[in-house]
Ligand binder design. Sequence first.
Ligand SMILES: [Fe+2]
Ligand SMILES: [Fe+2]
Length: 181
Amino acid sequence: MTKNNKEEFELLVSDILDNEHFLETKKDLHHGTSKYEHSLRVAKLSYKLSKIFKADSLVCARAGLLHDFFFGTRKEKPENSYLRHPVTAARNAQKYFNVTDNEAEAIKTHMFHQVVIKKLLPFINPHEKASIREFKPKSKEGWIICASDLLVSIMECERFQFTYVANVTLLLIFNIILFKN
Ligand SMILES: [Fe+2]
Ligand SMILES: [Fe+2]
């Protein structure tokens, strides 16, 4: 990141990074790192991609940082589950940071790749419900958050690399089909 971009990024998210509720995410383990570190990586990548794809940098930086803003692990509460935590994170982001509808929507749809996997392989997490229509990203920023989360997760979860590479491939195929129509 250039010096100017680094300064702009910090300006866009400094209130979140210093917030006592967001600092709580330092306590939660996520992909073998803290949820705080994971979220910061996703926010930085989303911000960089926003410059490349001419998307809204503010939305990408803030929604990227808040995409996993829930408390505790995904196994602790039903609302933190694999496919429900995006809804919880969007709700928390609205409650604590008054995020815009576009930001909340981008947070809510960041696990779309897993929704697609779930539709293709319904025996995975059979108790979870997933709706393509509800969880498909609705904006360029939403797609960027979704892709950034996946890419960062691949880097963080070396032991799950095969699964994540398969997910990325499926996401790309789905994107190609969507944008063709
Ligand atoms: Fe997530
Ligand atoms: Fe994430």
